[in-house]
Write a protein that binds this ligand. Structure first.
Ligand SMILES: Cc1ncc(COP(=O)(O)O)c(C=O)c1O
Length: 393
C-alpha cells in the first residue's frame, strides 16, 4: 500500500504495511530468521552503516516487524513507529532514547502500576526524576515543569480508574515550555483515540492488550515523528528489547479485527456500566461513557466511545471485592485486559500491589475497587456472573 492517507482506519488495519515477497503471498509473511544475508562484503558494510536500507539482523530489522510498525503507524497517523517486546519495554525505550541523566518527567499519579514503579523506583537510579501530578489537574502539570523537564507522560484513560487527561490542553502547556508529550494509548487504541491528531508528540502502546486482542502475545510500540522514534530505535538496536517476528505476525492479524472488537466491546461495556451503576451493592462506577463520569464531556470530545474497561467499587472492603471475584465462573481472574474473554481484577492486590499504600491512596485505588475488561461474551452472561458475587457483598 503506497499512500495510506486516503484510506479509512478499518482499511488500514487490514492492508497497511504489507510488502509481498517474490512468492506473492496473500497473508503477511512470517520471517523467522535472526539475520539476513548480503550479496557482498561491501553490501554488508553499507547495510550496517545505514548507507543502504535493508534488513541486517532481527534485533533491529525484520520484515514482519516492519509490517507491524508500518500498520500501527498508519493507524495512529504517525510518521514512524518502533516495535518493542512489551508495553513496558516501549515505555523504557522511549525514556532511554529521549532522556539523559538530569532530565525530569511529569507524569500522572494514576499511571499503570509497572509504569509508576519504573518512573519512581528505577529511573531515579539513572538520574531521571519524575513528578507525579493528578491526571485531571492541568494547573498541577504546568506547575511541575522545571527547566530540565523533558517529557509529559500521560495515560488516558488511566488504569484502572478511567480518568482522562485533556490531551490538547496538556499539549498546549507542554509545548509552550518546550516539553514533549507522550500518551499511553493502550486503553483506547487508535480506533477510539488518536493522540497525535490532538497534538501529542509520541504514542506508546502495550500491543499485548487490544492490538492482539486475544490474549496471546506480548508486544509494544512507540509511534511519532521519525526524528523522535529514531532515538528510540538507536536504544533498541543496542539494548535489544525487540518485538519477535512471530509476535509481530500475531499482532498484524489482531489489528485486522481491531475496529470491530473495539466497537463491540465498548458497546457491551457501556451496557454493563449502566447495569452496575443501578446495582444496590455497587457504590460507584468509573466509566467515561456514563454521564456520571466527571469527564464525560471530555470523553465525548476526545474519544470515539467510553472504551471497554469498567471499574467499580463494591459497598465494602477487600473481603467484599474478593467475594465478587471468587464467585465468578465465567469472567477470568487475570490481570490482563483487552482480550475477547472478559477479565476481572482487584487492582489493590494485583496490578497495583507493589505500589506503596500512599501512592495507591493518591491514585484513588481503594480496597473495594474492581476492574472489569469487557470482552465479546453476551453482556447478560457477564451480569449473571457478577451478580452471583455481588449478592454476597
Ligand atoms: C496502560 C498500560 N500501559 C502499559 C502496560 C504494560 O504493557 P505490557 O504488559 O505489554 O508490558 C499495561 C499493562 O497492563 C497497561 O495497562
Amino acid at each position: 500500500m503506497e499512500d495510506t492517507g486516503q484510506f479509512h482506519l478499518e482499511t488500514l488495519a487490514v492492508r497497511a504495511g504489507q510488502e509481498r515477497s517474490q512468492f506473492n503471498e496473500h497473508a503477511e509473511a512470517l520471517y523467522l530468521t535472526s539475520s539476513f544475508v548480503f550479496e557482498s562484503a561491501a553490501q554488508a558494510a553499507a547495510r550496517f552503516s545505514g548507507e543502504e536500507a535493508g534488513n541486517v539482523y532481527s534485533r533491529f530489522t525484520n520484515p514482519t516487524v516492519t509490517a507491524f510498525q508500518s500498520r500501527l503507524a498508519a493507524l495512529e497517523g504517525a510518521e514512524a513507529c518502533v516495535a518493542t517486546a512489551s508495553g513496558m519495554s516501549a515505555i523504557l525505550s522511549l525514556v532511554m532514547g529521549l532522556c539523559s541523566a538530569g532530565d525530569h518527567l511529569v507524569a500522572s499519579n494514576g499511571l499503570f502500576g509497572a509504569t509508576q514503579q519504573l518512573f519512581s523506583a528505577i529511573l531515579p537510579r539513572f538520574g531521571v526524576q519524575t513528578t507525579f501530578v493528578p491526571q485531571t489537574d492541568a494547573a498541577a502539570w504546568a506547575a511541575a515543569i522545571r527547566p530540565e523537564t523533558k517529557l509529559f507522560f500521560l495515560e488516558t484513560p488511566s488504569n484502572p480508574l478511567t480518568e482522562l487527561a485533556d490531551i490538547p490542553a496538556l499539549v498546549e502547556i507542554a509545548h509552550a515550555r518546550g516539553v514533549l508529550v507522550a500518551v499511553d494509548n493502550c486503553f483506547c487504541t487508535p480506533i477510539l483515540q488518536r493522540p497525535l491528531d490532538l497534538g501529542a508528540d509520541l504514542v506508546v502502546h502495550s500491543a499485548t492488550k487490544y492490538i492482539d486482542g486475544q490474549g496471546r502475545v506480548l508486544g509494544g510500540a512507540v509511534a511519532g515523528a521519525k526524528i523522535l522514534t529514531d532515538e528510540v530505535l538507536k536504544f533498541l538496536r543496542t539494548a535489544g528489547p525487540t518485538l519477535s517476528a512471530f509476535n509481530a505476525w500475531v499482532l498484524l492479524k489482531g489489528m485486522e479485527t481491531l475496529k470491530l472488537r473495539m466497537q463491540a466491546q465498548s458497546a457491551s461495556a457501556l451496557e454493563l456500566a449502566r447495569w452496575l451503576e443501578a446495582h444496590p451493592k455497587v457504590a460507584r462506577v468509573y466509566y467515561p461513557g456514563l454521564p456520571s463520569h466527571p469527564q464525560h464531556t471530555l470523553a465525548l470530545r476526545q474519544q470515539q466511545s467510553g472504551g471497554a474497561i469498567v471499574s467499580f467499587e463494591v459497598k465494602g472492603d477487600r473481603r467484599a471485592a474478593w467475594a465478587v471475584v471468587d464467585h465468578c465462573r465465567l469472567l477470568s481472574i487475570t490481570a490482563n485486559l483487552g482480550d475477547t474473554k472478559t477479565t476481572i481484577t482487584h487492582p489493590a492486590s494485583t496490578t497495583h500491589g507493589r505500589v506503596t499504600p500512599e501512592q495507591r491512596a493518591a491514585a484513588g485505588i481503594t480496597e473495594g475497587l474492581l476492574r472489569v475488561a469487557v470482552g465479546l461474551e453476551a453482556v447478560n452472561d457477564l451480569m449473571v456472573d457478577l451478580d452471583r458475587g455481588l449478592a454476597r457483598v
